[in-house]
Design a protein around this ligand. Sequence first.
Ligand code: DGL
Length: 268
Amino acid sequence: MSNNAPIGMFDSGIGGLTIAKALMQRLPQESLCYLGDTAHMPYGDKSPERLKEYAVGITKRLMDLGCKAVVVACNSASSNALDEVRAVAGPEVPVIDVVSPVVDWAVSHNPCGEFALIGTRATVQSGLYDRLFSAKGGKVTSLATPLLASAIEEGFHNGTISKAVVEAYFADGWAAEKDAMLLACTHYPLVKDEICAQLPSQVVVVDTPAIVSERAAKVLSERGARASAKTQSDRFEVTDWTQAFADGAAHILGTSVDLFEVPWSEIQ
Ligand code: DGL
């Protein structure tokens, strides 16, 4: 496969674009092929079986598009469907998830740390973060914050609604004594300011997009698969065209994007 083939990425909606933006900054010579599964958004309230089904279909689509790597830019899918993505991608195509790089980073930067995490129900209920942290001797306290991703997808960030929702989730001060906060949903960096406002300044909010893009750079370098120059423009697909996605993409990426609708019936 050519090194100039695109990196495939997916999420339920705009959240994975926070990772895409960091990848564009870290690896500007790479081309991206992003799929937002808006027809099935939110992923956070879906069963593991559904998430596996969606992840398999999308990975097949990314393979059909000739992607050289897959970034599972979604915690819910990374926590519930990573083996399935790897099985479809095959041994030649590296798969980068958004969970293990962050756990590795957190434990290596603060081995005795007490970590807090917010994520979707699907992510928290999978127990993957707990398992990875405890395997490395780390401790994490998790809270499912199911209202947040859908609100953010609808454009409610940096405003009174997102502020009120975040305040409600942190009202009892459960995270105030922790060393670091992990935003275990790729939508959440869009409400990072609101989250920081609820935490004492000693609680570090971990920068997931930067950590994941660094891991992607490392994996591609180890395989000798880095692109030498950007030879094609980035492609953005959704399974259901929504104005919210178009607006969210423009907000995150700082420019409007051509958005192609690929209905789920064509992906399965
Ligand atoms: N952004 C995704 C995640 O990281 C999915 C959020 C959702 O669709 O519920 O989990």
